[in-house]
Design a protein around this ligand. Structure first.
Ligand code: C2E
Ligand code: CA
Ligand code: CA
Ligand code: CA
Length: 280
């Protein structure tokens, strides 16, 4: 028994070591990747579930790695957050997003709002309101076209700081989304104090086995009702199935985002779609 235990430990250590070495390699590649413009702008629409129309996009970064191909954010964002490099990447992404909005306007199209993800590390390392204000003024775009997604856990961790950042962002004309609402840190009390425009309900309320699904749906219904009373808009995340759409519509949740509608895709693939929406 003891031998087995040690063997398992040995394998575990080797696995850990391999992971750390891989992370090291990844990290040394990130600056090069930024210089070579390997990070690309994927987007996923946010839809009105009553009409099926696209009401906005969320930018979701991908790494188009020369050897590994398209790398998902789950494989590099946690690492970049742990060493602070995420801020360089986010500045790059936000610049790309504002540049795209500028191009649409310059080409005479009606721009569609785009939501960007903000890491809590970004909030500690800079004045994000000034950064976004500088970007929107440089690219000559209305701040209302930018939605700032801040994950729920950030609010819980530095309540007063984030509360103030939300106030500043909204005063400057930006829209603020609380991302991953219900993922584990929030209290309903927080919604009373933190004045966001939109909550994005975490996908876990939709993605469960039969028993917990019933409970998840009950909670979801309560959140939607409460949000309505307090004039918060709600977007359900991770909508995959027709039944989920039906349920959400029944409880009065109008907006949804998920594979049922669209998967995240390179922004260029959405452009013809968006131009089409304008004409409907
Ligand atoms: P998130 O902000 O919660 O984004 C939603 C995630 O759910 C995305 O994963 C999206 O592809 C995925 N998703 C969308 N619809 C469905 C669905 O119907 N079913 C399922 N199972 N998943 C769905 P993705 O693109 O892998 O991004 C993961 C996380 O990485 C994001 O979670 C966000 O926290 C972070 N992230 C992505 N791009 C950026 C970025 O530019 N900056 C920062 N700081 N974080 C980013
Ligand atoms: Ca998000
Ligand atoms: Ca989310
Ligand atoms: Ca999430």
């Amino acid at each position: 028994v003891k031998g087995n235990y040690l063997n398992r430990m040995g394998r575990y250590d080797a696995g850990m070591k391999k992971k750390m070495e891989d992370d090291q390699v990844l990290l040394s590649e990130v600056q090069r990747a930024l210089d070579n413009r390997e990070f690309i702008f994927y987007a996923q629409p946010q839809c009105n579930m009553l009409t099926g129309k696209i009401i906005g996009l969320e930018s979701l970064v991908r790494w188009n790695h020369p050897v590994r191909g398209i790398v998902q954010p789950g494989e590099f964002i946690p690492l970049l957050e742990s060493n602070g490099f995420i801020t360089n990447l986010d500045l790059y992404v936000w610049d790309m997003v504002c540049g795209k909005l500028h191009d649409w306007i310059a080409a005479g199209h009606k721009p569609i709002p785009i939501a960007v993800n903000v890491s809590r590390i970004d909030i500690y390392s800079m004045n994000v309101t000034n950064t976004f204000a500088e970007l929107t003024s440089r690219y000559e775009i209305d701040p209302a076209l930018l939605a700032i997604e801040i994950t729920e856990s950030a609010y819980a961790e530095d309540y007063n700081l984030i509360r103030q950042v939300v106030i500043d962002l909204r005063n400057a004309g930006f829209t603020v989304f609380m991302d991953d609402f219900g993922s584990g840190y929030s209290s309903l009390n927080m919604l009373k104090d933190v004045n966001v425009d939109v909550i994005k309900i975490d996908t876990k309320f939709l993605d469960m086995n039969e028993y917990s699904q019933n409970r998840g749906m009950g909670i979801l219904e309560t959140i939607v009702r409460m949000a309505r009373l307090t004039q918060l808009r709600v977007i359900a995340e991770g909508v995959e199935k027709k039944e989920q759409v039906d349920f959400l519509r029944n409880v009065g949740c109008i907006y949804g985002q998920g594979y049922y509608y669209y998967r995240p895709m390179p922004i260029e693939q959405f452009e013809p779609l968006l131009l089409h929406e304008e004409n409907v």
